[in-house]
Design a protein around this ligand. Structure first.
Ligand SMILES: [Ca+2]
Length: 200
């Protein structure tokens, strides 16, 4: 009986250890603005620009990277896209940007023997806001043949990455209160004018 209790405890302890060891799925995300934190929404005015850094966290050791970003080309224009090609932490081996209408594929590799893991910066993108509305910056795996996240043993791990999108809310510049007052004053004057006319 006592032995059974001890073995039950050991099984529970082993289970706790096992679940603790389970690693989190790699997460792809964007940081917009100067606050050094991830964003899922971003609000700006039509005509303004913003810069988004693309990262992946909890990445196992990989030697290449590749991803795709899509967006509404009627609302957003991609004005610059650069693979993070820092010689130490970046992707200086064949950094490539391939842009289409409302999309861009970015890819690159690290030098032989330099693997990247953990939190890794992939690229920097700059957008200009063209029109009012809500548009999605949609991150996902690239469909360019041979590109993607490959481990040293040549295993592609793109399917394990969870990508976090950003909802960009674009607003028109609100009218200043003084202008609104001036406008309503004009409307009032027009009303008086009309009344005077009708009395004649
Ligand atoms: Ca941010």
């Amino acid at each position: 009986m006592k032995l059974k209790t001890i073995s039950t405890f050991m099984v529970i302890a082993l289970l706790i250890l096992a679940t603790g060891v389970v690693t989190a799925a790699p997460l792809g995300w964007m940081d917009i603005g100067p606050d050094d934190s991830a964003d899922t929404t971003y609000t700006l005015m039509v005509g303004e620009s913003f810069t988004a850094d693309v990262f992946v966290s909890d990445l196992p050791e990989v030697y290449t990277m590749g991803f795709k970003i899509t967006f509404d080309p009627a609302q957003l224009a991609l004005t610059s896209a650069q693979v993070y090609d820092d010689p130490q932490q970046g992707w200086p081996f064949k950094p490539t940007v391939s842009t289409g209408l409302g999309s861009a594929d970015l890819m690159g590799g690290s030098p032989l023997g330099v693997a990247h893991s953990g939190e890794v910066k992939l690229a920097t993108l700059t957008f200009e806001c063209l029109g009012q509305g809500i548009s999605l910056l949609d991150l996902g795996p690239t469909d360019i043949l041979g590109a993607g996240f490959y481990t040293g043993s040549g295993v592609k791990i793109d399917d394990t990455i969870v990508w976090q999108d950003v909802e960009v809310r674009q607003q028109v510049v609100p009218l200043p209160p003084a202008l609104l007052l001036f406008g309503s004053g004009l409307l009032g004057l027009m009303g008086i004018g009309r009344k005077r006319l009708s009395f004649k």
